[in-house]
Ligand binder design. Structure first.
Ligand code: MF3
Ligand code: CO
Ligand code: CO
Length: 269
């Protein structure tokens, strides 16, 4: 039973038990394997619907369950967000073009534990400006993860990300955030990717959550399209995102969704 063991903070954040990390590692590894293995299926001419079909098959092959199929009416095993799409892009029949950049976001459930991660991919050749955006977004996630340790606050994480991104003259999306997870998909807290040092809840060993900054080359504002899912930049500027699921340990972060093949970044592996 989920209610058994652990405790909930005043802010509603679950403190998991040491034995709970193992389940998160298994779920995180499955999603990381899928994100590794999908890379070779991203190329100009490929459709995002076909990528999603392959991901659906991979989820089943791992004996896992998709957390997104049936979630609030969503019908796909992935969100695929191309170019100026910030997040929650719906896979479809449109083919990728040379130079398109895309985020693929997959969440699986394994033995009741949720693994949630996303990365950037490129179809064909990466432009210099897209490469710069992807690098800053990746490094911003890592700055956030470096701020994870007991005694730090969620404001410290958000500040580390925001300060880094804005120093590179890019903007952090405010309209979407990371989230607690574990035996549920979206739990407290809202993990903001901006903020002030020392603000928000204090991190404690045993908290599990995602950090998933979305960074725009232009302004931070977004809008959701008529399909009720697809979020795009209002100014049509390029957007990128990386997401890891992490747990707080005695000295830092335990990243559950590390790439087994070392392919987390599109120019690696
Ligand atoms: N995986 C996304 C997240 O990082 C949520 C996707 S919900 C969906 O929280 F329904 F759009 F798939
Ligand atoms: Co998430
Ligand atoms: Co996700």
């Amino acid at each position: 039973m989920y209610e058994k063991g652990g405790r909930i903070t005043r802010e509603g954040i679950r403190i998991h038990e040491p034995g709970d990390f193992a389940g998160m590692h298994v779920a995180g590894r499955v999603v990381a394997r899928i994100l590794d293995d999908i890379a070779e299926h991203v190329f100009p001419g490929q459709t995002t619907a076909e990528i999603d079909r392959i991901i659906t098959a991979m989820v089943a092959a791992h004996g896992a369950t998709s957390a997104t199929i049936g979630y609030r009416g969503y019908q796909h095993a992935s969100c695929i967000s191309v170019n100026h799409v910030v997040c929650h892009g719906i896979p479809g029949a449109k083919a990728l073009k040379d130079g398109d950049i895309l985020n693929i976001d997959v969440t699986v459930i394994v033995d009741g534990w949720f693994g949630d991660s996303s990365r950037m991919y490129v179809a064909g050749n990466l432009s210099r400006k897209a490469e710069r955006l992807i690098q800053v977004t990746h490094d911003a996630l890592m700055k956030g993860i470096e701020a994870v340790r007991p005694g730090n606050t969620f404001g410290d994480i958000g500040h580390a990300i925001q300060a880094f991104v804005e120093a590179h003259r890019m903007s952090v999306v405010r309209d979407f955030c990371g989230h607690g997870l574990g035996r549920v998909f979206h739990a407290p807290p809202n993990v903001l990717h901006y903020g002030r040092p020392g603000r928000e809840a204090v991190l404690e060993e045993g908290m599990f959550f995602t950090i998933e900054p979305m960074v725009n080359l232009g302004r931070p504002e977004t809008k959701v399209l008529a399909d009720d899912w697809t979020a795009v930049t209002r100014d049509k500027s390029l957007s990128a995102q990386f997401e890891h699921s992490v747990g707080v340990t005695a000295n830092g972060a335990d990243v559950f969704t590390l790439s087994p093949a070392g392919k987390f970044h599109p120019t690696w592996g």
